[in-house]
Design a protein around this ligand. Structure first.
Ligand SMILES: [Zn+2]
Length: 311
């Protein structure tokens, strides 16, 4: 018989299925969804901070399940998965216990307050060292910025209740020759003076990026600057760091932005802020979430100091 346990319904939706007990982030005053592997409808015992309901027999869900079946998929009921909706009523830690006969399953929950950060984008073009009549730099344009912000929100909204707003997006056209890949000198001379001082984060798209400290081309880098501002430098075409079929530009942007909002590297595979020895993904795990948007009143989120840098 399959284990009676909480399971992830879809990737990157706020559930850390590897945590013990299984962990789930739920927005304060909002809802989250999780599966419960169970042959029958189980008793749900939420604590006073949340509400929980088994929606498996909800007519709307039935329609979705019928649609999945019609498309050749296996409906959840047939897989023995109950569909549980959880509403966060008070911010902080919460627990849901499910019982079926002598079996119990616990779900550890963080009900998260919302957080918002502003991000500005800069698109660098400059004269090409190989032919000063030509220009070089990023292939992206200011019109691409909103899509990048939408991507960040798709990663951070469901998993961390964190939203990003687009402060502005501007071309930076330098009428002189700069190296390509651009290097630390360009970062200091061109990028740092042109950050948006009113935005929490400024992301620079530069074409190719080369980093003196690493003596190589990281996919992206993060710099903590004076006044609590943050600079992110992006390669236009980040290299895949695993064989997973992911949007590596979004993985890299979300990773560097993660450093900008208080996240440190995690020694775990397939998470957003995996360190250099582990493969990154779009997953925000419980340990990282504690740093980005803690639900425990007594633990303070890490604040990256000015002068810190990450890749
Ligand atoms: Zn990093």
């Amino acid at each position: 018989m399959a284990a009676f346990e909480f399971v992830e319904l879809s990737a990157n939706n706020g559930v850390d299925a590897l945590a013990r007990p299984v962990f789930m982030a739920v927005p304060w005053k909002g809802r989250g969804f999780i599966g419960l592997r169970s042959d029958k409808k189980a008793a749900l015992e939420p604590d006073r901070h949340i509400e929980a309901s088994d929606m498996t027999d909800d007519p709307m869900l039935r329609t979705i399940d019928d649609f999945v079946a019609a498309m050749g998929g296996l409906p959840m009921a047939a897989k023995g998965i109950r569909f549980v909706s959880i509403k966060g009523n008070t911010p902080g830690p919460a627990t849901l216990t499910a019982r079926l006969g002598k079996q119990t399953a616990k779900l550890d929950i963080g009900v998260l307050r919302s957080k918002t950060f502003s991000i500005a984008f800069r698109f660098l073009r400059h004269r090409d060292a190989a032919d000063p009549q030509q220009t070089a730099g990023t292939s992206f344009k200011p019109a691409d910025a909103q899509g990048m912000v939408d991507g960040l929100n798709s990663v951070y909204g469901p998993q961390a209740n964190i939203a990003f707003t687009l402060a502005n997006a501007q071309m930076v056209e330098i009428d002189s020759v700069l190296p390509q890949p651009v290097d630390d000198q360009v970062k200091d001379d061109v990028m740092v003076p042109r950050i948006d001082k009113d935005a929490d984060i400024t992301a620079f798209l530069v074409g190719k990026w080369w980093h003196g400290r690493l003596k190589g081309s990281p996919n992206g880098s993060h710099y903590g600057l004076a006044g609590g501002k943050h600079l992110v430098v992006m390669n236009d075409k980040p290299s895949p760091v695993s064989r997973e079929n992911l949007d590596w530009f979004l993985v890299t942007l979300a990773h560097e932005v993660g450093h900008s909002i208080g996240g440190g590297h995690q020694a775990r595979n397939r998470v957003l802020l995996a360190d250099a020895d582990h493969a990154e993904s779009l997953k925000i795990d419980k340990e990282l979430l504690k740093q980005l948007n803690s639900w425990n009143a007594d633990s303070k989120a890490a604040k990256p100091a000015a002068g810190q840098s990450h890749d």
